[in-house]
Design a protein around this ligand. Structure first.
Ligand code: SOE
Length: 378
């Protein structure tokens, strides 16, 4: 890839956790990756002018807007990055695509299948004009998971039989921890399912190359109401945990679990894949490692591969072997891939269509859970 030095204006909507992490990615990518377009951190958008200005100063954005419609209309913006709660993804992303802006949209793509379908239709219309759209499943950009996908695709573990994926956090274990938008169906769409389950569905499909075709699920809400922002109490309207069995189109079977009540587990996004010739295992809390089992001899066992060699995915941009990467780097890789796709004209992954496929799985999980775990095809 050659760097043309051409700049592209970025407008980021949202400045909480995801906004901060995306800011870091846009700020660093041009310094570590040979990208064909250099991002210009032009505009940060948020509803509260003073808070948005403070975030812009902290994270390195030049200007602020308080209305995303004004952002989307600006001539100096080439990419719109959507880091808002799910209830505004469809409106912002569709308007941006229609205005000819490339779009990066946080996960899950939308709060419903219907919204995600409209977003895919807008992305298809925009693609005909060379405009790119990508959904931000950042764990695809963990070098160890990108390596796992390559090993599966190269046939190193044979035919995939089992997928075992969990995403465990514990930040809701305290029943008195306050309400957030993440606990309201109207803003988040679903709870642990959409927030965490979406990641492991995407990761499972990414690593194995298979698609989930049906599920049997249950969901649970352990704490029904919590202190709200006004000193009262408010009802939690999403799931706290979601568990499901799944079948894949390649014959594999899978189990998935997403929860925010796994005390002691901070960000344990884990996936194990067992094939006819070997197995792979990954845990985000040790994200620089991939456990690989490919030799069934008498003294065999899982090998711990430290995924920090220059030949490993994404490592060319970073430090010498053994000098570890972290959470933020996955977002730098994500924007590097998007900038390359824009610069070279290829379609980025995961596409909005990939996001819709995940959305259909989430929807099937809710349908199944609502009907006593009945098998629900996708
Ligand atoms: C909160 O549970 C959260 O920030 C998710 O929304 C992110 O997608 C995940 O990467 C980390 O945890």
């Amino acid at each position: 890839m050659t760097r043309s030095g051409e700049r592209i204006g970025v407008g980021l909507v949202g400045h909480a956790f995801m906004g901060a992490v995306h800011s870091q990615a846009w700020r660093t990518v041009g310094h570590f990756f040979d990208v064909p377009l250099v991002p210009d951190l032009a505009v940060l958008c948020g509803r509260d002018a003073a808070r948005t200005r403070a975030s812009a100063d902290k994270y390195g954005w030049r200007e602020v807007e308080t209305d995303w419609r004004a952002l989307v209309a600006r001539e100096d913006i080439g990419i719109v990055d959507v880091c808002t709660p799910g209830d505004s993804h469809a409106d912002i992303a569709i308007a941006a695509l229609e205005a000819g802006k490339h779009v990066l949209c946080e996960k899950p793509l939308a709060n419903s299948v219907e919204e995600a379908e409209r977003m895919v239709a807008a992305a298809e219309r925009a693609a005909a004009r060379g405009v790119k759209a990508m959904v931000a499943f950042n764990y695809r950009r963990v070098p160890a998971l990108a390596l796992a996908r390559k090993l599966v695709a190269d046939g190193e573990i044979g035919e995939v039989r089992h997928v075992r994926a969990v995403y465990l956090q514990d930040w809701l274990s305290d029943a008195e921890s306050p309400m957030t938008w993440r606990l309201r169906k109207e803003t988040a769409g679903s709870g642990a399912l959409g927030d965490l389950g979406a990641h492991i569905v995407d990761a499972a499909q990414f690593v194995t190359g298979g698609l989930v075709t049906g599920v049997s699920a249950l969901t649970e809400t352990f704490v029904g109401e919590r202190p709200d922002e006004r000193g009262g109490r408010d009802r939690v309207t999403v799931d706290d945990a979601a568990l499901f069995l799944a079948r894949f189109d390649n014959g594999a079977v899978g189990t998935f679990e997403a929860t925010r009540y796994a005390l002691g587990r901070k960000n344990a996004m884990r996936i194990e894949v067992n094939g006819s010739k070997g197995s792979l295992a990954f845990d985000f809390e040790s994200m620089n490692e991939l456990s690989v089992f490919t030799d069934a001899g008498p003294d065999s066992g899982f090998r711990r591969v430290l995924v920090t060699e220059p030949g490993h995915p994404y490592l060319e941009g970073w430090w010498p072997p053994g000098h570890l990467l972290g959470y933020e780097h996955t977002f730098t890789h994500e924007v590097a891939d998007l900038l390359s796709a824009i610069g070279t004209g290829v379609d980025p992954h995961p596409s909005f269509a990939d996001g819709l496929r995940v959305q259909r799985v989430l929807d099937a999980v809710q349908t199944s859970a609502g009907s006593g775990s009945a098998w629900t095809s996708i």
